[in-house]
Ligand binder design. Structure first.
Ligand SMILES: O=C(O)[C@H]1O[C@H](OP(=O)(O)OP(=O)(O)OC[C@H]2O[C@@H](n3ccc(=O)[nH]c3=O)[C@H](O)[C@@H]2O)[C@H](O)[C@@H](O)[C@@H]1O
Length: 430
């Protein structure tokens, strides 16, 4: 195994990133990056930038915890196999990262639908560390319990298997409605279920927001702009969507979800927020989810050819997950109820992007002393139907009303995601 590496992450202005989030609109979302990393990267990467004082504190806490638990020094679940009865017994002892102790007046009850998904799990980490009470509902179709398992058992956390197409009752102050398959192969796998999730799921969650007077935020998408005739895309653009094509279940699903959201705002006074999220990547993205960033990294790490669809001239603009979470939390707590694009304006052709990913994978492999048998090739495959040709967010509104702009360079985010997938490979789960 590689020795501990100091990870120094520089933002777009060349300043070191030591924390994510910020205090805005009375809501503090700032968290140290090392604490967040410890929730998704392996320890030899995650603790490498901690100062020795932090490590001493950690050691002391470990000792106290061990005394408290009467001498048991390992803090994971234990299993004992009983061959005589062919049964297995489990013991679970959970230890959680410290969360902020908020006064009851500041602590919010927050529902996150799709909270076990890629975006949801990062939002949950942030909200939990900040000391809020978080309930996750997820049907685990594309989400996974493992993304939030480090919070199971915490008194501020609840995880419920539930499909948003059915009503759900709870008292809450804020609803982040993220539930919906998001990768093109997944959402096209069962198109009827996808549009049903967008419509029925959003209807149910808006009904809940109306009853509880909770503030409601929906994760919409850049796909509402379809294959755009305007570039870059701002929120005033009405889009160019094929309503009967294979992507329509998602594009039109999200469009109708926005329509419902503003219907509830006009008719019932529901306090709504609409985030139009552009291509986002980061740790915990399912390696087999079929989207371009996960495909390219996994292919390059496994020494397989990287598959560019079409001629690779179509463009996308990629944002790192922590920037998105900053934007979602800022939007939820702001007064902006119009749709807001949340994305990174750094635009690449997919061909250029394949080369960048290959470079980043090789850099991390070299740092870790890994041997490569060969340089992977870039190969070309047919382009999917209705694949948008250009995509780049105009984020002027987010800048003006949220004072939010993405900070992470695409390269820095990719490095972290490569380390995450490398750890998965080392565990044998990729
Ligand atoms: O993030 C967004 O704004 C929206 O669009 C994306 O859809 P798409 O941009 O098509 O995302 P990918 O499947 O990652 O594809 C990006 C581009 O890479 C290409 N691609 C994909 C995979 C691959 O192996 N090779 C490849 O060249 C695709 O054809 C496409 O042109 C996401 O899938 C949606 O969840 C999201 O709402």
């Amino acid at each position: 195994m590689a020795s501990a590496l100091p990870i120094k992450t520089l933002d777009k202005s060349g300043n070191e990133i030591t924390s994510v989030g910020f205090k805005r609109f009375g809501f503090d979302s700032e968290v140290k990056i090392d604490i967040l990393r410890s929730l998704y990267l392996r320890p030899h990467y995650a603790v490498s930038t901690l100062k020795s004082a932090d490590i001493d504190d950690e050691a002391q806490e470990t000792t106290h915890h061990a005394v408290f638990t009467q001498g048991h020094s390992a803090y994971q679940s234990k299993s004992i196999f009983h061959p005589d009865t062919n049964s297995i017994s489990y013991t679970t002892l959970s230890r959680f990262p410290p969360v902020t102790l908020l006064p009851p007046s500041a602590r919010k009850r927050i529902l996150v639908t799709g909270g076990a998904g890629f975006v949801g799990s990062h939002l949950v980490d942030r909200l939990m560390l900040l000391g809020h009470e978080v309930t996750v509902i997820d049907n685990f179709f594309t989400g996974s319990k493992t993304t939030v398992s480090h919070w199971v058992g915490h008194p501020n956390f609840e995880l419920v298997r539930h499909d948003v197409v059915e009503p759900f009752m709870i008292e809450c102050d804020q609803i982040y409605h993220l539930a919906c398959p998001a990768s093109p192969p997944h959402y096209q796998f069962n198109a009827v279920k996808t549009i049903k999730t967008s419509f029925m799921g959003t209807l149910n969650m808006l009904g809940l927001a109306k009853r509880t007077k909770a503030r409601f935020l929906i994760s919409s998408t850049s796909e509402v702009y379809g294959d755009p005739e305007v570039h870059p895309q701002n929120e005033e653009y009405w889009g160019h969507v094929n309503p009967i094509g294979p992507r329509a279940c998602y594009d039109e699903g999200k469009r109708v979800a926005e329509t419902l959201t503003y219907g509830f705002q006009r008719q019932d006074g529901v306090n709504v927020r609409v985030a139009r999220i552009f291509n986002t990547y980061g740790p915990r993205m399912n390696p087999y989810d079929g989207r371009v960033v996960s495909n390219f990294i996994v292919q390059a790490l496994k020494g397989e050819d990287m598959t560019v669809y079409g001629d690779g001239k179509q463009t996308r603009s990629f944002q790192y997950i922590h920037d998105l979470i900053d934007g979602l939390i800022a939007l939820m707590n702001s007064d902006e109820s119009r749709p807001v694009n949340i994305g990174n304006g750094d635009e690449f052709t997919i061909g250029e992007f394949a080369e960048l990913v290959r470079d980043v994978v090789e850099k991390v492999q070299d740092e870790d002393g890994d041997k490569r048998s060969r340089r992977v090739d870039i190969v070309y495959k047919p382009i999917p139907t209705d694949d948008p040709q250009k995509r780049r967010p105009d984020t002027t509104r987010a800048k003006e009303t949220l004072d939010w702009q993405p900070k992470w360079t695409v390269r820095m985010g990719l490095e972290e995601m490569v380390r995450y997938y490398k750890a998965k490979m080392a565990e044998g789960s990729l």
